[in-house]
Unconditional design. Structure first.
Length: 501
């Protein structure tokens, strides 16, 4: 599945799979028309078929609702209903990415949504039945089409791989089930049940020791310093260099839009995007300093890091109560022991998106402190008595630092006994008490888990590749994508030409 900025990356993996003799033929589900045109023009891979998401969407308008067909699709491929397929779609359900968060309005009516379910299901089923792929590789599930492709393929017995960062350096996991690391769990269970030592045990111990000595995010692209988090940083766009860069972006964006031959539902409208940026920049320049409070030495607190929104983590990987982070923060705060505070910190990538009203609503809770996003999460984790998260990386980082963790969503580190998973909100007060009173760090278990992740991961900095402006040359030169191709081939037990080893 070649979605958005993953299209040239995924294509390069296909090129490597062909070069090592592991796969003969490829088909692809493509997200954007620009990617579709690129794939049709290139000469490296002759795709047997390219199914374009934007072409499927155009069929919604002329579709006639067939309720018998919808009921059949729901029986065969429902989760158990069909609505989760729509709930994950940020454009159809929330008006993203056309408008920026906090905009949250559906772009389709109820009737049009039923048509969309019908059209996408039919097109994807026909595509899979005709192409008969042996396996499917997906990097992101964030739309009606991508989620349907994933679940329909699994129901048809097609091997599926979801590419997920391992959260250890540049590691990447190809897991059979999104949210958890399927092969890692099998390796971890084996290590726990036997006296066998992992080949990565010493590397795991070294990583854990180094992380505790100097905590750092698994990708440098996630550092707060990579984001504009202060009024001074926000004003940098006024420097001649940055102002000209912004002006060139606006003009280029506008020309591409007005000269585009086909209008698609995913198109970003230049004047709306410009207005979005102005509003976001205005929020950042006005600032939120008056809403921030300073951490207090010796004060007992739990830590909650706000999640990026809208994103899979809050939309589908957790229970319904976790989709509303204001409600979740209020509930956590009301479940803490008397005298405790809940420290809440914004996600660095969300600065300027949320309104002041959002933070004011959080601050209405007398035992909640909003922490400046420039404060490093690691400093807050190290002094916290408890870390709560839906399914953020902050939970894994807390476990590495020997802290008790409570999660509300599906995430790979739920496998550890030191993590408590809350899937019923009424159980939260009791879970908090259990984690406070009974938490015992298990270093052997943690070491085995980290070692299992290292055994099953491959070194490729996917996040950095996404962020690069000049994707083409960087992707062609990246050795990590060759490693990924070999990794996928090994996962499928495919034959690899000896000359490519």
């Amino acid at each position: 599945m070649l979605q958005r900025k993953f299209a040239p990356i995924g294509h390069r993996v296909a090129v490597h799979l062909k070069a090592i003799g592991a796969v003969d033929e490829f088909c692809a589900y493509v997200g954007l028309r620009t990617a579709y045109d690129f794939l049709r023009a290139q000469k490296e891979i002759a795709y047997t078929e390219l199914l374009l998401d934007e072409d499927i969407e155009k069929k919604i308008k002329d579709e006639t609702i067939d309720r018998a067909y919808l009921e059949m699709i729901e029986r065969e491929y429902g989760l158990p209903a069909l609505w989760p397929y729509l709930a994950i779609d940020r454009i159809f359900m929330q008006g993203q990415l056309l408008r920026e968060y906090p905009h949250n309005q559906p772009t389709l009516s109820h009737e049009e949504m039923l048509k969309a379910l019908q059209v996408y299901a039919r097109e994807i089923i026909v595509f899979l039945d005709q192409q008969k792929p042996d396996f499917l590789v997906v990097s992101v599930i964030g739309s009606l089409g991508s989620m349907m492709l994933w679940h329909i393929a699994k129901k048809k017995g097609i091997k599926t791989f979801f590419l997920d960062p391992s959260r250890i350096h540049n590691g990447l996991i190809a897991t059979e089930t999104y949210g958890i690391f399927s092969e890692v769990e099998r390796i971890f269970d084996r290590l726990q049940k036997t006296n066998e030592k992992s080949q990565e045990e010493e590397n795991a111990k070294k990583f854990i020791a180094e992380f505790r000595a100097s905590p750092a995010p698994y990708s440098t692209e996630l550092l707060p310093t990579k984001r504009l988090l202060t009024r001074h940083q926000m004003l940098r766009f006024l420097t001649p260099k940055n102002f000209m860069r912004s002006l060139v972006w606006i003009i280029t964006f506008y020309i591409r839009y007005v000269t585009k031959q086909t209008s698609d539902y995913t198109d970003n409208i230049p004047w709306i995007q410009l207005w979005n940026r102005i509003k976001r920049r205005a929020r950042g320049l006005y600032g939120f300093k008056d809403l921030y409070q300073t951490p207090k030495t010796g004060e007992p607190y739990a830590f909650y890091a706000l999640h990026y929104e809208p994103e899979f983590a809050t939309m589908m990987s957790g229970p319904l109560f976790a989709t509303d982070q204001i409600f979740l923060v209020k509930t956590i705060a009301r479940s803490l022991p008397v005298g405790w505070k809940l420290y809440v910190k914004e996600h660095p990538s969300m600065f300027g998106y949320r309104t002041r009203a959002y933070y004011r609503e959080l601050a209405k809770n007398p035992n909640v402190k909003i922490i400046d996003p420039t404060v490093l999460s690691f400093d807050l984790i190290q002094n916290a008595k408890l870390v709560c998260t839906i399914n953020g990386t902050v939970g894994f980082e807390a476990l590495l630092l020997k802290k008790p963790v409570i999660t509300f969503g599906n995430i790979f580190y739920n496998k550890l006994s030191t993590t408590k998973h809350c899937n019923r909100i009424e159980n939260l007060p009791q879970l908090i008490q259990e984690q406070i009173k009974n938490h015992i760090h298990n270093e052997t278990e943690l070491t085995n888990f980290v070692a299992a992740i290292m055994e099953d991961s491959v070194d490729v900095d996917l996040i950095a590749l996404w962020e690069k402006e000049d994707q083409g040359e960087n992707i062609k030169k990246d050795e990590g994508l060759k490693n990924l191709a070999h990794h996928v081939a090994r996962q499928l037990n495919l034959n690899i030409q000896q000359s490519s080893l």
